[in-house]
Design a protein around this ligand. Structure first.
Ligand code: URA
Length: 208
């Protein structure tokens, strides 16, 4: 069973409301999405293990900390790109991989048409960025690819999650904690989250 982490923060609730509102323009949508992504990054970082190091202040030596494992961010193209900036502001030395998915005409399952991630995934914390956990198809396919390439410490960061996507992740990748700013009601019959916010990619990139 996935560890499900709902980010309970009044600022996040306010921003999710801005994201949902169909009257929100592209600039305000991007700004709110950035703020929510910061909050998710901070919440995720609570689980990072630290290593003690020594640091010299202008006055004396003391104990400091560094994050033990390398962090790898993997936005799922295209909407996942919208979360990268905020995560990189909080984790500036993270590596960034990319996954692009398309539906296989025969099996109807998502397969990756683009995959580029750093080699040492087995020594890293791999965080998939995908704003909408809808059917769970893309998230599951992303973790399939990443785990095949050695990822063994994975997390999923999304803005909005539907029960259907959470169930699918529970079935296929129960070891992956899910971080989300909202748990929504259900999918409609074409796979959009209700109440949701519409198409995250189109709203972020102004391609409506
Ligand atoms: N992808 C989106 O952008 N929105 C949804 O509601 C579902 C999937």
């Amino acid at each position: 069973m996935n560890n499900l982490n709902l980010i309970e923060n009044p600022l996040v609730k306010r921003d999710v409301t801005i994201l949902r509102d169909k009257e929100t323009n592209t600039a305000s949508f991007r700004a709110a999405l950035n703020r929510v992504s910061y909050a998710i990054a901070i919440e995720i970082a609570k689980s990072f293990e630290l290593e003690q190091i020594e640091v010299t202040t202008p006055l004396e030596n003391t104990i400091g900390y560094k994050i033990k494992k390398q962090i790898v961010l993997v936005p799922v193209l295209r909407a996942g790109l919208s979360m990268v900036d905020a995560f990189l502001k909080m984790i500036p030395d993270a590596n960034v991989g990319h996954i692009g998915l398309q539906r296989d005409e025969v099996t109807l399952k998502p397969i990756d048409y683009y995959y580029k991630a750093p080699k040492k995934l087995d020594e890293s914390i791999t965080i998939v960025l995908d704003p909408m956990l809808a059917t769970g198809g893309s998230a599951v396919a992303s973790f399939n690819s990443l785990k095949q390439k050695g990822a063994n410490h994975c997390m999923l960061a999304c803005l909005i999650a539907a029960p259907e996507g959470i169930k699918k992740m529970n079935e296929e990748h129960p070891d992956v904690p899910i971080y989300t700013a909202s748990l929504d009601r259900q999918l409609n019959d074409v796979g959009y989250i209700l109440p949701g916010l519409g198409d995250a990619g189109d709203r972020t990139f102004g391609t409506l």
